[in-house]
Design a protein around this ligand. Structure first.
Ligand code: CDP
Length: 224
């Protein structure tokens, strides 16, 4: 069983993907966390974010490990042995990650790592290109989205919980820019796979979205 969940920033992918994985007893991989870890390491080592080759060189010298926390199913991210699970969510990482993830050479390497993790199956993966590039063979593909306003509100709440206070208008602008960049890049842009099920989460709670996906997977009605 392979389940792909794609969509724009703040659509709720990681929360939903983790919950669906737990309900079905599957593993969960947050592919965005891998691009975020590369970005954090680039910022820390003064590696240019606009050069794919140097980013690949940096990554080959970096020990990037994703662990599955047994109790919660959460992904723990380590760079050279240091736990950076929280650090990769910092606003300066978010501000640079779209540029970093736009390079073909780097994506090739990271997608290969993701496909290796996906190989044994029994996994839910979320990202931008999972249904189209990483797991085109997934049995279930979902594309989650919500209005920019709603996504900015959700992101503001999430950041506030992590101790960051960010202006709503600023967040809306950042999300618009990231959506635009992610959707218009040449390599594996953010795009709904033709066979993906689209779910508008704007007016849905997290449990409602999870139930909707589980209903599809179990063959029931898609209506929430
Ligand atoms: O959680 P959020 O929506 O903020 O983003 P994320 O899933 O952590 O991904 C961060 C960034 O990584 C995205 O804006 C994309 O630029 C990039 N990404 C990607 O290119 N391909 C993926 N499969 C996942 C993330």
């Amino acid at each position: 069983m392979k389940i792909a969940i794609d969509g724009p920033a703040g659509a709720g992918k990681s929360t939903i993907a983790l919950l669906v994985a737990k309900r079905l007893g599957l593993r969960y991989l947050d592919t965005g966390a891998m691009y975020r870890a590369v970005t954090l390491q680039a910022l820390r080592t003064d590696t240019a974010c606009d050069n794919g080759r140097t980013l690949v060189d940096m990554l080959t010298k970096t020990d990037l490990v994703i662990e599955f926390e047994l109790e919660t199913g959460r992904n723990l991210v380590y760079i050279n042995g240091e736990n950076v699970t929280e650090a990769i969510r910092k606003p300066e990482v978010t501000g640079n990650v779209s540029l970093v993830s736009s390079h073909a050479e780097l994506r090739e390497l990271i997608v290969a790592m993701q496909q290796e993790i996906a190989r044994p199956g029994r996994i839910v993966m979320d990202g931008r290109d999972i249904g189209t590039v990483v797991m085109p063979d997934a049995q279930w593909k979902f594309f989650l989205w919500a209005t920019v306003e709603e996504r900015a509100l959700r992101r503001q709440k999430q950041l506030a919980e992590a101790g960051f206070k960010v202006d709503l208008a600023e967040l809306e602008e950042q999300i618009r820019q990231r959506d635009h960049f992610d959707s218009h890049r040449e390599v594996s842009p953010l795009r709904k796979a033709e066979d993906a099920i689209e779910v508008d989460t704007t007016n849905l709670t997290i449990p409602e979205v999870v139930d909707s996906l589980l209903r599809w997977i179990r063959g029931g009605s898609p209506d929430v």
